[in-house]
Design a protein around this ligand. Structure first.
Ligand SMILES: Cc1cc2nc3c(=O)[nH]c(=O)nc-3n(C[C@H](O)[C@H](O)[C@H](O)COP(=O)(O)OP(=O)(O)OC[C@H]3O[C@@H](n4cnc5c(N)ncnc54)[C@H](O)[C@@H]3O)c2cc1C
Length: 496
């Protein structure tokens, strides 16, 4: 049962009709699916167990590829009026040195596609507010990402949903995906405060129930995420950012990666990686001994203050390759379908681009023709791979390098940083992959192995002439390690 008493308009959905679509979950992806379909003329029921503003430490930095997807969907104004912080690129620290990596030029990327029926009345452009400026987002020559308080962004998405006449909102806990005798999905059973458990029917049910999805297993019992590490987070207040409007990645040969980015004029998120799903027994002590010493000087006062307050929050970092939606009457999307390491902040970007593709594939179909919809969903699985595999594989490969726990990985980590320091294409391509504007998995492979070869070269240089034989053996081992952290994931993403 939901924890708050919902207003009547959220509990009186009609259970006697067949909706075109039911959407389970109104997090990041659910509202975008529901709005897109509603604007295409479909009757949509969206079910969320808790409509009040969530307080989570996930989904707080959106890459430019995510902002572009919101534009395609006519929903980009969801980043307005929430004191969002524009992001213009990244600063990477490595053992005290740093390199600045700006986001790509708009001129190097195809223009944003405006989806018919969804984009109207300028809803693909941001409006002016206290922190988001039209001239930066619309007129600047470079792409922009954005940092925000997750719950405030979600409330904006939910407000857009509330304004769509074709959408009915329902507060309730979905407890079962309903199936007919042929094992095809026909709707959802919902536990509603004051009404009890009721069945709702639709031609298609979209499962968008997020990271801890209860219903992803409806695709297959084997569709289960792997959890290898976690993030411990804190809020820093009035932090002096080393590079304002940048995401910060703090790396070093002897510690785990730390992410820092501003999410409002006052608040900055710090996420510290811990290489196990099980958290340290004394988080404060771990923060003090492992993280505090590597925090850049300007951030130290706010970090120390947060450490004293001791308000730690944590999340598991999961990986789950996407799977074909091959069950009649159901489509699993968002984190319920596919997850990657949050190090590269790509989750919302993948999910939102999946929604864009989904609208193009099935938005104009008649959902009562379930066979045709299923055919398109089978194709959709292959079409999403180019885009999503780049972000997914990059996240895991970079995490392996940045959390380096072996000699080879430490050499690769150093090589990667030195590669960035060369500038030009050596930052232009990696940041284009990261920001979700270069969906080319084979080019990613080429760049990843160029980084590995550069790491081998740096190692040769450091070993000098006398160390040549050792460097040669190490070089082979480094390349083997690079292949091991990259190839299985790429294969899994592209072939699975
Ligand atoms: C530590 C961490 C940091 C991250 N940081 C970033 C980042 O900076 N940038 C980025 O792009 N991505 C980030 N992500 C990933 C991002 O949060 C997700 O990709 C995104 O939230 C997925 O959206 P979703 O709609 O699929 O799921 P969610 O946003 O989780 O939404 C699921 C919704 O479904 C509802 N729900 C669940 N079960 C039921 C049910 N049975 N009945 C009714 N409602 C239900 C939930 O209440 C929720 O509202 C991060 C992830 C983690 C773990």
């Amino acid at each position: 049962m939901s924890s708050t008493q919902a207003p009547e308009e959220l509990t009186n959905a009609d259970a006697s009709i067949t909706y075109d679509a039911i959407v389970v979950g109104c997090g990041v992806i659910g509202p975008c699916v529901a709005t897109g379909l509603a604007r295409k003329g479909k009757k949509v029921l969206i079910i969320e167990r808790e409509w009040t503003m969530p307080d989570r430490i996930v989904g707080e930095l959106m890459q430019p590829g995510g902002v572009r997807a919101l534009r395609s969907l006519g929903m980009v104004q969801s980043i307005n009026d929430i004191e969002a912080i524009p992001v213009t690129g990244y600063t990477v620290f490595y053992n005290g040195e740093k390199v600045s990596i700006p986001y790509p030029h708009k001129g190097d990327i195809a223009p944003v596609e405006k989806l018919s029926g969804l984009v109207r009345d300028g809803n693909d452009k941001v409006t002016e507010d206290t922190t988001v400026h039209v001239k930066d987002f619309e007129d600047d020559e470079r792409e922009r990402g954005v940092g925000f308080v997750h719950g405030r962004f979600l409330q904006n998405l939910r407000d857009i949903v509330a304004q769509e006449p074709n959408i009915t909102r329902l507060q309730g806990n979905v407890v079962e995906i309903l199936k007919n005798k042929e094992n095809e999905v026909i709707g959802a059973k919902v536990d509603i405060d004051g009404r009890g458990k009721e069945d709702f029917h639709a031609h298609i049910t979209f499962v968008c129930d997020g990271i801890f999805s209860r219903f992803r297993k409806e695709l297959s019992p084997e569709h289960v995420p792997k959890v290898g590490s976690s993030f411990v987070g804190m809020s820093l207040f009035d932090a002096k950012m080393p590079t304002p409007h940048h995401g910060h990645v703090i790396l070093g040969s002897n510690h785990m990666p730390v992410l820092v980015y501003q999410i409002s004029p006052k608040e900055t998120r710090i996420l510290c990686a811990y290489n196990s799903p099980k958290l340290p027994s004394d988080i404060k002590e771990w923060m003090k001994s492992e993280v505090q010493p590597i925090i850049p000087k300007s951030l130290r006062p706010s970090f120390d203050e947060a450490l004293n307050q001791g308000k730690f929050r944590s999340m598991p970092n999961s990986f789950l390759s996407g799977r074909q939606n091959d069950v009649m009457g159901m489509c699993v999307i968002g984190d319920a379908l596919n997850m990657r390491h949050p190090l590269t902040g790509g989750g919302m970007t993948v999910g939102l681009n999946d929604v864009v593709l989904l609208m193009k594939k099935i938005g104009d179909l008649d959902f009562s023709d379930r066979e045709t919809v299923l055919d398109e969903l089978l194709d959709y699985h292959y079409e999403r791979k180019n885009y999503d595999s780049v972000i997914n594989v990059l996240s895991i490969a970079l995490y392996s390098l940045f959390a380096a726990d072996s000699k080879d990985l430490k050499i690769l980590q150093k090589g990667c940083f030195k590669y960035f320091q060369r500038g030009g294409d050596c930052v232009k391509l990696p940041v284009a992959f990261l920001s979700g504007v270069l969906p080319r998995p084979f080019l990613l492979t080429k760049v990843f192995f160029a980084v590995a070869l550069y790491a081998v070269y740096i190692n040769f240089e450091e070993r000098g002439a006398l160390g040549f034989p050792v460097a040669l053996i190490e070089g082979i081992s480094i390349l083997f390690t690079a292949a091991r952290v990259f190839a299985p994931y790429l294969y899994g993403e592209l072939i699975g």
